[in-house]
Design a protein around this ligand. Structure first.
Ligand SMILES: C[S@@+](CC[C@H](N)C(=O)[O-])C[C@H]1O[C@@H](n2cnc3c(N)ncnc32)[C@H](O)[C@@H]1O
Length: 410
């Protein structure tokens, strides 16, 4: 018989009888997709693996505990033949042929009338990969092609914009602390599909260089704000671009809702009637200490961590932070935006009861190639910051957790 390529098709099996012969590992691998497709599955097999048995117990399939018998495939729309008895497999595929039931054979792809593709899913599409003909069948290769496509779509390295379902609007994407690998899979995909990206100074700036040339990249710090406040100007830019029917990504450092003013943007977009999705990000408050070898909690050392903004000094009337209470806590303090005010902060913590010997670490530009960790104590931190010229952005960690990890290489 001349070798023709298989004809790919998607079977809609909801409520339709599908017969599976053999309850071993092949059935175990294939049954979940048949169940997910809504098929009315009957398994014919004297034995089954514990997972297959569990599917029967859960009522997801009907299990007839016996060997294959002539007539089992009558009325079936589709069959999977996977018993350990070659004669039964041959007899069953002959029956399938007579009844014109498409059938997959686990033991003999040549004699099968259908092949199961390597499948994967990504945001509303199913990727199904088949080898062109029986001679070239190489299941590992088809699985590898499937994995490459699914992974590429998930992480945005394969760009396939949604044209029909893509709705204009804004995605507020947490970009993580700076390392381009630390953005979420969803964030990266949305970035790859954007028409316009409005980005902050912090976050994975390297990703911007990878965007296709038609994508308009706007530096949020450079948006002219004339009579507006900077934040209002950013909100207006988001609204304007979305109103032009564009797909806009607002790329922020860390997580949008951790000192990121993310909710102000969500509110402004809601008021303007513009759809907005929020994609959480890895906040620098946890990831930057972690990248420098500092756990924010540790068994027997710290049962809590508190993330605090240090952008205004403790004695500043605009401060919303109860520093005396923080001084009395025994857990970890993580301070963002605190480099300039760390002297005053350390002084206040000591004045309200924290030991001057409490370890402090400052991690500058965490997760990037320029990451630097400087250690001190509450008593010495102000002088250390000056002497070592520590600059923002830095995360400051105060507490015994600073000392629990292996000492960083000098
Ligand atoms: C305006 S806040 C934004 C925080 C961000 N939304 C987050 O969840 O990480 C900026 C502060 O985050 C900290 N920060 C952000 N990225 C950092 C990094 N890669 N290394 C050190 N500190 C960082 C610094 O304290 C910086 O001043």
């Amino acid at each position: 018989m001349a070798e023709h390529p298989a004809y790919p098709v998607g079977l809609r099996l909801t409520g339709r009888r599908v017969v599976v012969l053999g309850g071993g590992t092949v059935a175990q691998r294939r049954l979940p997709a048949l169940i997910a497709a809504g098929a009315d599955v009957t398994l014919v097999s004297p034995q089954a693996t514990p997972s297959v048995e569990a599917m029967a117990e859960a009522g997801e399939i009907t299990w007839e505990r016996r060997p294959y018998a002539e007539g089992d495939l009558a009325d079936a729309w589709y069959a999977l033949i996977a018993t350990s008895d070659p004669d039964a497999n041959t007899a069953a595929s002959a029956e399938a042929e007579r009844h014109r039931v498409w059938c997959v054979r686990s033991d003999d792809a040549d004699r099968a009338t259908a092949w199961t593709p390597a499948t994967g899913h990504s945001e509303g599409v199913t990727i199904a990969v088949l080898t062109t003909d029986a001679k070239g069948r190489d299941p590992r290769h088809t699985a590898a092609v499937r994995d490459a496509v699914v992974e590429g779509l998930r992480d945005g390295t394969l760009v396939a914009p949604h044209h029909r379902t893509r709705t204009p609007g804004v995605a507020l994407v947490g970009g993580g602390p700076g390392d381009p690998d630390l953005i979420t899979v969803r964030g990266r995909r949305l970035l790859a599909e954007a028409d316009v990206v409005i980005a902050d100074r912090l976050g994975p700036r390297d990703l911007l260089a990878e965007l296709p040339p038609h994508v308009e990249v706007i530096d949020a710090a450079k948006i002219p704000y004339g009579r507006y406040m900077a934040q209002e100007a950013i909100n207006n830019a988001l609204i304007e671009h979305a109103r032009q029917g564009k797909s806009v990504v607002r790329l922020k450092g860390g997580d949008p809702f951790v000192f990121g003013r993310g909710m102000e943007e969500v509110q402004a977009l809601a008021e303007a009637g513009i759809a907005c999705t929020v994609v959480p990000g890895i906040s620098s408050s946890i990831s930057v200490p972690g990248a420098a070898g500092i756990p924010v909690t540790h068994r027997g050392v710290a049962h809590e961590f508190t993330v605090v903004s240090g952008h205004v000094a403790p004695d500043d009337e605009r401060s919303l932070v109860d520093w005396p209470s923080l001084a009395r806590l025994t857990g970890t303090l993580v301070i963002l935006m605190g480099v300039d005010k760390i002297g005053k902060i350390a002084e206040t913590l000591v004045a309200h009861g924290r030991s001057p010997e409490t370890p402090v670490a400052l991690v500058q530009e965490g997760t990037t190639a320029a990451q630097r960790r400087v250690d001190a104590t509450l008593a010495t931190v102000a002088e250390t910051v000056r002497a070592e010229d520590v600059r923002p952005p830095a995360v400051i960690v105060i507490g015994e957790v600073v000392s629990v990890g292996p000492r960083p290489a000098a």
